[in-house]
Design a protein. Structure first.
Length: 159
């Protein structure tokens, strides 16, 4: 796989793993946006493999029951920084403080091996109660927390 795709994979599965330490992650999704200038022919040829491999890693490594990966090639000029958002649905009552602590520790750990890796903004939590559940077409009503982690990575095409 291309370097940008490898970076995205190594930057996201650990975040899902961190969230899963505090509860059952019924669903994890990552949306990655990379500069089209940093997307080599190898990267472009391997986008489908990236999507499949990343979704599988979110389940096998991250512990999510279901997973999805999305890649966006952004043609902005000047090139954008590589950005990745990790969404997790955590069943039931989730300890938001513990999740935040685990994710922050993971960001620090990953930062040591992934250049330019950082949290873009504070971790976001949204709670869905039995009185106000989230409706998911494939599975029905969800009660628990949606955890959103916004990351930024320095990619080859970013300035």
């Amino acid at each position: 796989m291309g370097t940008e795709l490898d970076l995205t994979l190594s930057a996201t599965a650990p975040i899902v793993t961190a969230v899963a330490r505090s509860g059952t992650v019924s669903y994890a999704e990552i949306v990655s946006s990379i500069s089209s200038k940093s997307a080599s022919p190898c990267t472009r040829a391997n986008v489908d493999d990236f999507i499949e491999t990343t979704a599988a890693a979110l389940q096998v490594v991250g512990g999510a029951q279901r997973a999805k990966a999305v890649m966006v090639l952004n043609s902005a000029d000047p090139p954008i920084m590589m950005r990745t958002t990790v969404y997790c649905l955590v069943n039931g009552d989730a300890d938001h403080q513990q999740i935040e602590s685990d994710v922050l520790a993971t960001v620090e750990s990953v930062r040591k091996s992934v250049p330019g890796y950082r949290l873009k903004q504070r971790i976001q939590f949204e709670t869905f109660s039995s009185a106000n559940p989230l409706h998911i077409p494939e599975t029905g009503k969800f009660t628990g927390s949606r955890v959103s982690v916004l990351l930024e990575l320095t990619g080859a095409g970013a300035t």
